[in-house]
Design a protein around this ligand. Structure first.
Ligand code: FAD
Length: 497
């Protein structure tokens, strides 16, 4: 497997002061996967790029994704073959760009009855998928190739899910998608790759307002949220991919309605070799589907020896609702998953982390948008609202083609990749010196695997805080504040027993 281990010095530091001193071709606001891929796609075409993120790289919706790199099988139900092909292309590219972390994921949907889950309907879906994804493995390393899907018998289904509680399931559909084992480092890898192509990048840098020359947006005022210093960053094109943060900058350009999307993370392995698609009992009308399934699917995904379960969508108003999932929302998702009756019930005590992120709403306020928006909001200003982690890359190339007219897209090369060291001191040194980690939360939740299953134990938190305090010269008050902020952001609300 080929892994690019080159990192430029530029990828290693926050370069906010430097940003104020030059005129860029492109300023990207928002360092989730959408902004990171736009910075990468424009920088590698030779444009001079600046990228700012108000919190840490990928800390918004991107860190909270279920981590599935989808080939868009469900878009068959929408008869949206263009979107499905886009997802298949994007999945193939991400596997090739980051083979160290993006792996094949075997998935099963149990089949029964006479509706869309009837084995014949599943067979038709598999056949369409085989045709549409015939090129899915082009250029993939041997151990990252996605096998063809197949129908399996009830007996094979029972063998695949030893904990499964079977009723009238008569068969199962097996298909292959991919999973990003470490989604935070994948987002970071795009930022680092952009920096390797000369992009100037800074996390904890908030765009507070647009700079204008008449009607034209010519940059942004950017506040260093660690020091409070204000910088003016000028660029020919400004691209805003700040998720719900777009609304504060351009109230009329961002998505008008939002949903909160929620996943549960359990240490307990509910499934092992296969991700499971199970049907919720709650009625649901998919506003994009040609043929209604009548119920939403939940995914139960084996991950790092534990399980991720999702996704529940609830209405969300960025101006007034808290983004972390409330106890009521967490318990509602747990209840809906338990009601499927297919797996042993999840107990509140099994839940150790909850992913919660904002997504643009679709036609209803309990479903995410399915259509990416690339909008020329004003002269000089583009607003980009992606809808999937998987397809951010394709959207980024579309944006880059518009901004870098006439410049060729270079061939893809594997992204820079390194694993987090096991040793805590080495981990902190790498994260602080080379990966722009400046907060305790950055190291614990996104530069390492320590927070995969929620807050680690007290001793790990304090040792990590001590190592960061030494490296960054924190005084006692700052060290305490960092520990408190970590706890406040990542403790679960009381869920009962
Ligand atoms: C629970 C859940 C499960 C999901 N599962 C999947 C999945 O399995 N597969 C998949 O493909 N997709 C999935 N998605 C969707 C996917 O995660 C999102 O579509 C994607 O991450 C959005 O990326 P983004 O960069 O547009 O937004 P974000 O990641 O939210 O990034 C926007 C960034 O802008 C920053 N920002 C805001 N305001 C400012 C400002 N003023 N200045 C500078 N920066 C600012 C924010 O801090 C944030 O980091 C899921 C989403 C959720 C929430």
């Amino acid at each position: 497997m080929q892994i690019n281990e080159n990192f430029s010095a530029a990828a290693r530091s926050r370069n906010l002061a430097q940003m104020g001193t030059e005129n860029f071709d492109v300023l990207v606001v928002g360092g989730g996967i959408q902004g990171a891929t736009i910075a990468w796609a424009t920088a590698r075409r030779g444009l001079r790029v600046a990228l700012v993120e108000t919190a840490d790289w990928g800390a918004g919706a991107s860190a909270n994704s279920l981590k599935i790199i989808h080939g868009g099988l469900r878009y068959l139900q929408h008869a949206n073959l263009v979107r499905m092909r886009e997802s298949i292309r994007a999945r193939r590219r991400i596997i090739q760009l980051a083979p160290a972390t993006v792996e094949p994921l075997a998935c099963i949907m149990p089949g029964r009855g006479w509706g869309l889950r009837n084995p014949l309907a599943l067979l038709a879906a598999l056949t369409a998928n085989a045709v549409l994804s015939a090129d899915r493995n082009r250029g993939a390393p041997a151990n990252r190739r996605l096998p063809a899907g197949r129908l399996i018998s009830r007996r094979a289904l029972e063998a695949a899910f030893p904990l499964g509680i079977f009723r009238d399931e008569s068969a199962g559909m097996v298909w292959y998608d991919a999973i990003a084992q470490d989604i935070d480092r994948l987002t970071l890898a795009f930022v680092e790759a952009a920096a390797n192509f000369g992009a100037v990048t800074a996390n904890y840098a908030k765009a507070t307002q647009w700079l204008r020359d008449g009607d034209k947006v010519v940059g942004a005022a950017v506040e260093d949220t660690l020091t409070g210093l204000r910088h003016e960053v000028r660029a020919t094109h400004v691209v805003c991919s700040a998720g719900p943060g777009t609304l504060a900058l351009s109230p009329n350009a961002g998505a008008p309605r939002w949903v909160k999307a929620i996943n549960l993370v359990l240490k307990k392995p509910l499934v092992q070799d296969y991700a499971l698609a199970i049907e919720s009992k709650c009625e649901y009308r998919d506003s994009n589907a040609l043929i209604q399934r009548g119920h939403r699917n939940f995914f139960v995904v084996p991950w790092q020896g534990g399980t991720m379960v999702g996704t529940l969508y609830v209405p969300y108003d960025p101006a007034k609702d808290p983004l972390p999932a409330t106890a009521g929302e967490i318990l509602e998702l747990m209840k809906q998953v338990n009601e499927t009756g297919f797996l042993p019930p999840i107990q509140p005590g099994d839940i150790c982390r909850v992913h919660s992120g904002a997504q643009a709403a679709g036609k209803q306020d309990t479903e995410p948008a399915t259509q990416t928006q690339v909008l020329r909001a004003a002269p000089g200003l583009w607003v980009v609202q992606g809808v999937k982690y998987t397809t951010a890359l394709e959207t980024a190339d579309d944006v880059a083609d518009r901004l870098a007219r006439g410049r060729r897209r270079p061939a893809d090369e594997p992204l820079p990749w390194r694993e987090p060291p096991q040793d805590l001191a080495a981990l902190v040194a790498q994260a602080v010196d080379s990966e722009m980690a400046v907060r305790l939360e950055d190291v614990i939740m996104r530069r390492s695997h320590l927070g995969f299953f929620g807050l680690p134990d007290e001793a790990t938190v304090t040792s990590c805080a001590d190592a960061m305090a030494r490296r960054l010269g924190w005084d006692v008050a700052r060290r305490e504040a960092e520990i408190a902020a970590l706890r406040q952001a990542h403790s679960l609300p009381p869920l009962g027993e």
